[in-house]
Ligand binder design. Structure first.
Ligand code: GLP
Length: 243
C-alpha cells in the first residue's frame, strides 16, 4: 500500500506565502545547524523563495557563511557563465547577494569532456561533506525532479539525461527558441536526492495540477519520478495555485 501520508502537505494562500513558508524551514535549518549542507533548485518556482532568503540575509536574520550548497542540475554543453546556465541563475538569484563562500558552492558542470567522471565526483563530494541536510525541489509538468525524467531508475546517482520534449518545451521561455534549449542535462539522480535528510518540494501554478494529482494519488512508479518521495521519511510539500 503506497504510503501517501508519508508526505507532509502545506497549502499556501499565495505564491508569496509558499515562498515564505519554505524560507522559514530553511532558516530554521540554518539556525539549528549553521554549517548545514543545502540542496538548491532552479526554475521559476523557487525565485520567490530566493528573494525571501536574500531579504532575511539583508535583515541580519540569517547567515550562510558556514553553509555549503549543492545544486540539483545543469544543462550539458552550456558554459557556466552563459545567462541560460543554472550557474548564472543561482548567482543572480542567490549567491551574489549572500555571504556563502565561493568554495562552498557546488553546481554540476555541464560543459566538461568527461561528464561521467563529473557525475561520480559530484556524488562523492556530497558524501564527503556528510550528505545534504535540506534539499529544495521543484517539479516538472511530467513529474520530473531535478532533471530526472519519467522512466529514470530510482537507483541512479548523479547522471546525464536526455531531456524530454515536454521539458524542453516548458523551459524554452528562457531561450530564444526551442532549438536553443539543450537536449541533455547532468542531474543529481533520484538516489542522490533521496539521501538528503530533509526535502522541501514546492509546487506552484495550474500547469502542475496533473503532477500534483499524481503525486497525491500515492502511486509509486518510475514513470513518475516525484513518486519516489513517498519512500522518504521527511518531505514537506508546499503548494499554491493547485488544488
Ligand atoms: C526544471 C528544473 C527542475 C525544476 C523544474 C520546474 O527543468 N530542472 O529542477 O524543478 O524544471 O521548473 P519551474 O519551477 O520553472 O516550473
Amino acid at each position: 500500500m503506497p504510503d501517501k501520508l508519508n508526505l507532509k502537505w502545506i497549502k499556501a494562500a499565495s505564491y508569496e506565502e509558499m515562498s515564505k513558508i519554505a524560507a522559514d524551514l530553511f532558516m530554521e535549518q540554518l539556525h539549528e545547524k549553521p554549517e548545514s549542507v543545502l540542496g538548491m533548485a532552479t526554475g521559476g518556482t523557487p525565485e520567490g523563495f530566493y528573494k525571501e532568503m536574500v531579504a532575511r540575509y539583508n535583515a541580519g536574520e540569517i547567515s550562510f557563511v558556514h553553509t555549503k550548497s549543492f545544486n540539483l542540475d545543469e544543462y550539458v554543453g552550456v558554459d557556466p557563465k552563459n545567462v541560460t546556465s543554472y550557474h548564472y541563475y543561482m548567482d543572480q538569484n542567490l549567491f551574489n547577494h549572500i555571504d556563502i563562500k565561493r568554495e562552498n558552492i557546488h553546481v554540476p558542470v555541464g560543459n566538461t569532456d568527461d561528464l561521467a567522471t563529473t557525475a561520480l565526483e559530484y556524488d562523492a563530494a556530497i558524501a564527503a561533506v556528510g550528505g545534504i541536510d535540506m534539499q529544495l525541489l521543484g517539479i516538472g509538468v511530467n513529474g520530473h525532479i531535478g532533471f530526472n525524467e519519467p522512466g529514470t531508475p530510482f537507483s541512479l546517482g548523479t547522471n546525464v539525461v536526455e531531456l524530454t520534449e515536454s521539458t524542453r518545451e516548458a523551459n524554452k521561455i528562457y531561450f530564444d527558441k526551442l532549438e536553443d534549449v539543450p537536449t541533455h542535462a547532468i542531474t543529481m539522480g533520484i538516489d542522490t536526492i533521496m539521501k538528503s535528510k530533509k526535502i522541501v518540494l514546492l509546487i506552484s501554478g495550474a500547469s502542475k495540477q496533473e503532477a500534483m494529482n499524481r503525486l497525491r494519488s500515492g502511486e509509486i512508479t518510475e514513470d513518475f519520478p516525484a513518486s519516489a518521495l513517498h519512500n522518504h521519511g521527511d518531505v514537506t510539500v508546499i503548494y499554491t495555485g493547485v488544488k
